[in-house]
Design a protein around this ligand. Structure first.
Ligand SMILES: [Fe+2]
Ligand SMILES: [Fe+2]
Length: 405
């Protein structure tokens, strides 16, 4: 149980860490895109403002004349109108200084930005030497006009380069509460799914183990069938792997192999142990064991889906088997695999009335039987490798024994 909780906690931590890293990465790249868009937008807006100011106010003979006369009061009165027309401009003035070379110039610090102009005539010529017009731009206001998503603000200390020497950054944390809510919900869902999955595996393991212990102890009562089910399960799993079974399907095949004869506990031992031929009535009783096996598995929640396999492990391809006389592919493939292995294990095992067959003799017998010959061929082709076959960790530990034949 401790292990169970530990695995769930580890899964939850891993998932939340993964989500946190992934979401941060996504949000960060979104921010980079937004920041780049803001940069481009800011540059364009600034250019438009500067050109408009240059054409509208600083290429204006009337203003030039007033400045030339150093009549700064009238000059400021003329410039007053700028505030109504250009909401991002504040503190526009004309002061002594050197006019910029081009239509306008830019002077900036980490947090402020000013546009500078020469004071020119109506045609944009003859800038007044010794005078410069200066308009301070409200950087934050201009930035705000470009924002659609998260807020970028002027951040002189920790910010990154926006334009010129202005530094700015996002004011919100990288992840917002919705992101955290998303992470928490997804982590909770994962934790729940993992715990259910582990719980089911646990239940399956103990249900299988419980029933397997019963069949194991039952088989130990007589030498003939001792370890039969474990040996069948091991070879069934080996064949299943060769046939491409993986994961849950392979586990199911293995478990069905392990429990296929559990119904034998209902067959009287004097019949099971009888030496010599059985009477028709005794045969009928033996033939009920797959039905009992299926019925037992149906009673266990995590094994109930295997009842169809164990029910048909004595069916034969030509319909001569029992209990339902199914033919060919109507018999589940898993049941056909178990049938082949079941017969093989009986042939090479010790019997009181005959010596065990050699592997080759057993193969020859299998080839003459109405069992799935394609599976027989896979067994024949790969049996040599079974000696070195290691059962996976999740399978019950035992010596499969068949490798000695
Ligand atoms: Fe059987
Ligand atoms: Fe069997």
């Amino acid at each position: 149980m401790k292990r169970f909780a530990f695995k769930t906690v580890v899964a939850v931590i891993l998932v939340s860490a993964f989500l946190l890293v992934t979401l941060s990465y996504v949000r960060n790249s979104q921010r980079n895109t937004q920041f780049k868009a803001a940069q481009a937008g800011f540059r364009t807006m600034l250019q438009v403002q500067a050109m408009a100011l240059n054409d509208g106010f600083f290429s204006w003979s009337e203003l030039r004349t007033k400045v030339e006369k150093a009549d700064l009061i009238s000059t400021r009165a003329l410039l007053e109108e700028v505030y109504d027309l250009y909401p991002y401009i504040e503190n526009i003035d004309v002061r002594p200084g050197t006019p910029p070379d081009g239509a306008y110039g830019v002077a900036s610090t980490v947090s402020s930005l000013s546009l500078t102009f020469g004071v020119k005539d109506d045609f944009g010529n003859s800038p007044l030497p010794g005078w410069v017009g200066e308009a301070e731009v409200n950087v934050q206001k201009l930035l705000d006009s470009l924002q659609t998503d998260r807020r970028i603000v002027v951040a002189p200390v920790k910010g990154r380069d926006l334009v010129y020497s202005i530094r700015a950054d996002f004011v919100d944390p990288l992840l917002d509460w919705l992101d955290y809510l998303f992470i928490i919900l997804l982590t909770m869902a994962t934790g729940y799914a993992v715990s259910v999955w582990l719980w089911r595996r646990n239940v399956t393991f103990y249900e299988t183990r419980g029933l397997e212990s019963i069949i194991f102890l039952f088989e130990q009562t007589e030498r003939v069938s001792a370890n039969h089910s474990r040996r069948v399960a091991a070879l069934t799993m080996f064949l299943g792997q060769k046939m491409g079974y993986r994961g849950r399907r392979l586990r199911d095949l293995y478990t069905a192999g392990l429990l296929h004869d559990i119904g034998k506990i209902s067959v009287p031992s004097n019949i099971l142990l009888k030496e010599g031929p059985l009477t028709p009535q005794e045969q009928q009783i033996v033939a009920t064991h797959p039905i009992i096996s299926a019925r037992i598995l149906k009673n266990f929640k995590e094994l109930t889906h295997l009842s169809g396999i164990v029910l048909h492990h004595h069916e034969r391809i030509d319909g001569s088997g029992y209990p339902e006389g199914l033919e060919g592919s109507a018999i589940p493939e898993e049941a056909r695999i178990i049938a082949v292995v079941d017969v093989f294990e009986a042939l090479v095992g010790d019997r009181p009335y005959r010596d065990p067959l050699t592997t080759e003799e057993a193969f020859a017998t299998l080839r003459d039987m109405p069992i799935d010959q394609s599976i027989v061929e896979i067994l024949v082709a790969h049996f040599g490798e079974f000696k070195s076959f290691q059962t996976p960790k999740w399978a019950l530990a035992y010596h499969h024994g068949l490798e000695k034949v």
